[in-house]
Design a protein around this ligand. Structure first.
Ligand code: GLV
Ligand code: MG
Length: 325
């Protein structure tokens, strides 16, 4: 282990993150009653320019009036290159309730972007005497943001999570996509001729590098990595396959741009019964070894290494949070 300690972000369930346009207040109650771990109310790209001001009012009212239960509540502000952003932050903090947990910053390009929002949030929070400190969710969705992802991840103590915004990322990098978060048949390997002379085409995951890079930057800074949207909500199998790929790489959750995607994300991002049972047995074996004053931990006749013990702790904590609902 390095002597350097990675401070983990505050622990939250973040298997699913439901996107809700701030201009659609009729959807808020349903979102609050959904099974999503996190709901983000959007002021950015799901809201047309002439609806921005009303959307802000809707969100401020909803932070007071709606019972968000045990959910984490986030608000996606407008980009730093717009004239909406400063008032998004100031009004949310001056007029919104302390029920808001997180601010989501879109299209983060440099560490200085995060620094600038941190400065504004800190001033407004201090002036209002707020007790609760807002955390940050950062969307990595431009070539610039990906180039600077390590510095961005380390830019503020408020940072909690990095999100791969595949739609804007595709636009920024001019990737040849077919649909948001989907695959492209041109990103494929053609095998050499097989025994019978046939050649097979194996489709690949064109987002692998970007997502894997973001996951490393997030984890190296104690943040949660999340995979962003999958646009075709009439394709649950496609969504599930994308979510599984993200989970395998280490993502903690995935966005839901439609309520039907929440249960799929929660299922894929939850540890299985078998995994939880084994993790609990590892921790019991560790406790038993400690009681007996033994340095080495063994289970079913095999030595358990420390990496497995740490993984078991993380998994059991997550399972307990899921059970607590
Ligand atoms: C999300 O904001 C995206 O662009 O995918
Ligand atoms: Mg975007």
């Amino acid at each position: 282990m390095s002597f350097y300690t990675v401070e983990p972000a505050p622990a939250r369930l973040n298997r699913s993150e439901l996107a809700v346009p701030g201009s659609q207040p009729q959807m808020f109650e349903k979102a609050a009653a959904s099974a999503a771990d996190v709901v983000f109310l959007d002021l950015e790209d799901a809201v047309a320019p002439d609806e921005k001001v009303q959307a802000r009012r809707n969100i401020i009212a909803a932070s007071h009036d709606i019972d968000w239960g045990g959910k984490t509540l986030s608000v996606r502000i407008n980009g730093l290159d717009t004239h909406y952003m400063y008032r998004d932050v100031v009004d949310l903090i001056e007029q919104g309730s302390e029920r808001i947990d997180l601010i989501m910053i879109p299209k983060v390009g440099t560490a200085a972007d995060v620094y600038a929002v941190d400065m504004l949030v800190t001033q407004a929070e201090t002036a209002m005497g707020r007790r609760k400190r807002l955390g940050f969710e950062l969307i990595i969705e431009t070539a610039l943001g990906m180039q600077n992802v390590e510095a961005i991840a380390a830019a503020s103590r408020r940072n909690e999570s990095l999100h791969f915004g595949v739609a804007d990322y595709a636009a920024s990098t001019r990737a040849r996509t077919t649909q948001i978060g989907g695959v492209n048949r041109d990103y494929a390997v053609l095998t050499d001729p097989l025994e019978d002379g046939r050649r097979e085409r194996h489709w690949g995951d064109m987002w692998h590098y970007a997502l894997a890079r973001m996951v490393v930057a997030a984890r190296a800074n104690g943040l949660r990595p999340l995979d962003g949207p999958f646009g075709d909500f009439s394709d649950p199998e496609g969504f599930e396959a994308a979510a599984r790929r993200a989970a395998v790489l280490g993502c903690e959750g995935k966005w839901a741009i439609h309520p039907s995607q929440i249960a799929l994300a929660n299922a894929v991002m939850s540890p299985s019964e078998a995994e939880v049972t084994r993790a609990r047995r590892i921790l019991e074996a560790m406790a038993e070894a400690e009681r007996q004053g033994k340095g080495a931990v063994s289970l079913d006749g095999r030595l358990i290494d420390y990496a497995s013990i740490r993984q078991a702790q993380v998994l059991v904590e997550k399972a307990d949070r899921i059970a607590a609902g």
